[in-house]
Write a protein that binds this ligand. Structure first.
Ligand SMILES: [Cu+2]
Length: 316
C-alpha cells in the first residue's frame, strides 16, 4: 500500500520489487489453447509460470539488506503457495493495506486476485535461493471425478516449481532491521445485520456456479446495504468436497472476523478471500464511501463467467 507504509524508515530502506504472478498454457504450436469443459469447470491453469512476464527471473538481495516483495496473484485460477528456500517471509500488508506488525510466515498462500507484501531479510549465507511454488490442492477433484468417463481429470498442481531466483550480490556495511510496528488495523463497529452467502455449483451439461442458489443477473440486486452501516457476511462454501473459491468484493475492503468460528491470528484489510471446502468465513464490511451498484464475485474467472457473481447496491 502506497502512503503510510512508505513513511516507515525500515520499509523505505528496503529494496522494492513487484511480482506479477501469471500462468499460461501453450499448445504444441505455441498458441494458447481453447479450454475444454473440464478446464473451465475447474478454472483454467497453465503449466508455464511467469513472474513479471519472465520464466524464473532473478532478484538481488544485499547481504544484511531487506527485500520488499509486492506480490499479486494475477492468474485466472491458479493458487500459489510460495516459499523461499531458507528464508521466512515477514508479512507487512494484505490486499487492503498494512497490518499492525510484521508476521513471520514459512509460506504464503495467494488465491487468484489476492495480493500481499512481504519483507525478506538478507541474513543467510550469500548464494542463490529459489522462490518456490509448492503443491496445493484446491479441492473439488473427487466431486468432478464422479462425472468423468475417460478419467481425464485436469492436472493438479502436484509438483514444486521454481518461480524466481534470489541471489545475494552486495553486502551492506550496516545491516537493516525489520520494523517493529506498522499501521494499526482499526477495530470495526458491531454489525447492524448479518447476511449469509452460500457458494455452490451444479454439474452436468450446463455447469453453473452459484451464490445462494442463483447465477448472476444484472437486473437483480442481491444485497442492498445502507451507506454508513457495517455488516457481517458469512461466506459459506457448502458443496461437499467442493472446490475452494476466492471471494472478491469491490469497493469495500473488509476484515475477517473468523473462519469456521475460529478468529484469524492477526487482523488485516482484505478484498479477496480464500474460502476453503466446507468452510464458513465471517467477514465484517464497513460501507463508507460510495453509493450505487457494484459486484462481488468468485475470482476464479471461469467461475465468475459461469454465474458466480452478485450485485451489491449501496444506498444513501
Ligand atoms: Cu470459484
Amino acid at each position: 500500500m502506497r502512503g503510510a507504509l512508505d513513511e516507515i524508515p525500515e520499509i523505505r530502506a528496503a529494496k522494492e520489487e513487484f511480482l506479477f504472478l501469471k500462468d499460461f498454457a501453450l499448445d504444441a504450436n505455441g498458441k494458447i489453447p481453447s479450454p475444454n469443459h473440464m478446464d473451465v469447470m475447474r478454472g483454467r491453469e497453465g503449466a508455464i509460470l511467469t513472474v513479471n512476464g519472465q520464466v524464473n527471473p532473478t532478484f538481488s538481495l544485499a547481504s544484511g539488506g531487506l527485500l520488499r516483495f509486492r506480490i499479486i496473484n494475477a492468474s485466472t485460477s491458479r493458487f500459489y503457495r510460495l516459499s523461499l528456500e531458507d528464508h521466512p517471509f515477514y508479512l507487512i500488508a494484505t490486499d487492503g493495506g498494512a497490518i499492525a506488525e510484521p508476521v513471520e510466515l514459512k509460506e504464503l498462500l495467494l488465491s487468484p486476485g489476492e495480493r500481499a507484501e512481504v519483507l525478506i531479510r538478507g541474513d543467510r549465507t550469500p548464494k542463490q535461493y529459489r522462490l518456490l511454488n509448492l503443491p496445493y490442492d484446491r479441492g473439488g477433484l473427487a466431486m468432478m471425478g464422479g462425472m468423468m468417463m475417460d478419467n481425464s481429470l485436469p492436472q493438479q498442481s502436484t509438483e514444486t516449481q521454481v518461480l524466481a531466483t534470489i541471489t545475494y550480490k552486495t553486502t551492506l556495511s550496516k545491516p537493516l532491521l525489520l520494523p517493529q510496528k506498522l499501521i494499526p488495523v482499526e477495530v470495526l463497529p458491531q454489525p447492524i445485520k448479518t447476511r449469509r452467502i452460500e457458494m455452490s455449483m451444479t454439474m452436468g451439461m450446463q455447469t453453473k456456479f452459484l451464490f445462494n442458489g442463483k447465477t448472476f443477473d444484472m437486473n437483480r440486486v442481491d444485497a442492498a446495504v445502507k451507506l454508513g452501516s457495517t455488516e457481517d457476511w458469512e461466506i459459506a462454501n457448502v458443496d461437499p468436497d467442493g472446490m475452494e473459491h476466492p471471494f472478491h468484493l469491490h469497493i469495500n475492503p473488509f476484515q475477517v472476523i473468523d473462519r469456521n468460528g475460529k478468529p484469524d491470528p492477526y487482523q488485516s484489510w482484505k478484498d479477496t478471500l480464500r474460502v476453503g471446502g466446507k468452510e464458513t468465513v465471517r467477514i465484517r464490511i464497513p460501507f463508507r464511501d460510495f453509493v450505487g451498484k457494484t459486484v462481488y464475485h468468485c475470482h476464479i474467472l471461469d467461475h465468475e463467467d459461469l454465474g458466480m457473481m452478485g450485485i451489491l447496491d449501496m444506498q444513501a
